[in-house]
Design a protein around this ligand. Structure first.
Ligand code: NAP
Length: 301
């Protein structure tokens, strides 16, 4: 049996539009209603027939929903939830896809007291944004981390887990604070490092902009893909997951200082041992199907 019959998606960007496409592809009898704050996004969603219905107001999109998924930037979650509060059916489940979980759970609990709230985070994405960037297979073979509050109804959690499984995700449940620590090191810190490196290179005065672009294949190019990620989304992630990011950044700074020392004192063994360990981590990621082993990330030349 399908876990839900009428799903509303609020925020029709990369993740919201991918979810709409995936639900319609995998569960065609489910009615999908969409809403986005941006009128141009709503127009695009209608033109590309993204949902069964696209409403002009958030309230109108949820009146008969049995599941509402908020797919807006992390710091807009509370405002999006407040907009639907008066029209939300009593038995509807509210979820989200935000990249930080403790902060979002707090926002949703404040905006929707007494409602069934089960946050989740599909660990899948690209550096592109907007309704036309989405695709139905985005979640296939990727993890979705569901972070229920302590007093969550197990049946509601089970229904949400089933939804994510049906769109192809592998699902794990986790405490929201633990999620934020794990993602700080696997996702948020790498983005911060990429933003820093690309910013530093573009600020250098002794190396010209055109040289940075011309010789970008030497590792820099792969950072530029991450550093092209959506500025609104990532501003919100760092502010909403401040504590975990700062803790991981402290650890990273200490490790960077150790590397600096190894280079200064010609400690080749320390460098070699670290690089051997990191190579093994890359192999494990490939073995677990989270990337493929093609050279140069499968680029054609
Ligand atoms: P996106 O492509 O920028 O789409 C977000 C959409 O939400 C925009 O059209 C935005 O309109 C709209 N919006 C903002 N505030 C709203 C509100 N109060 N009510 C209704 N619509 C509103 O962003 P995305 O990449 O899909 O990210 C959405 C969420 O998914 C974020 O919380 C992010 O942390 C999470 N996530 C992203 C990725 C990724 O790789 N991109 C992966 C996993 C999870 P405006 O542009 O006019 O503000």
């Amino acid at each position: 049996m399908l876990p839900f019959a009428r799903i509303t998606i609020i925020g029709l960007g990369l993740i919201g539009s991918s979810l709409a496409r995936a639900i319609r592809a995998e569960m065609p009898t489910v009615r999908v209603t969409g809403h986005d704050a941006d009128p141009a996004v709503r127009d695009t969603a209608r033109r590309i027939d993204l949902c069964d219905d696209v409403t002009d107001t958030a309230g109108a999109s949820v009146t008969d929903a049995d599941l509402v998924i908020l797919c807006v930037p992390v710091r807009a979650m509370g405002a999006a939830a407040t907009e639907i509060a008066d029209d939300l059916p009593a038995d509807a489940i509210v979820s989200d896809v935000g990249s930080c979980k403790a902060d979002v759970l707090a926002q949703l609990s404040t905006a929707l007291p007494g409602r069934t709230i089960i946050p989740a985070h599909p660990v899948a994405g690209t550096e592109n944004s907007g309704p036309e960037a989405g695709f139905a297979t985005l979640f296939k073979g990727r993890w979705c981390i569901v972070t229920p509050p302590d007093d969550a109804d197990p049946f509601a959690v089970q229904r949400l887990v089933e939804l994510w499984r049906r769109v192809g995700a592998d699902v794990e449940t986790m405490d929201p604070a633990h999620h934020d620590m794990v993602l700080a090191v696997t996702s948020h810190l790498p983005h911060l490092i990429a933003y820093t490196i690309v910013g530093t290179a573009s600020d250098l005065e002794s190396v010209t902009q055109s040289e940075v672009i011309k010789y970008s294949a030497g590792g820099f190019r792969d950072f530029t893909r991450i550093a092209a990620s959506d500025p609104t989304m990532w501003r919100d992630v760092f502010l909403a997951n401040k504590d975990a990011v700062l803790e991981m950044l402290q650890r990273f700074s200490e490790d960077l200082s150790a590397l600096q020392r190894a280079i200064r004192w010609n400690d080749g063994d320390a460098l070699f041992n670290l690089f051997t360990r990191t190579r093994a981590i890359r192999r494990s990621i490939i073995e677990q199907g989270q990337d493929d082993a093609k050279p140069d990330f499968g680029r054609s030349h």
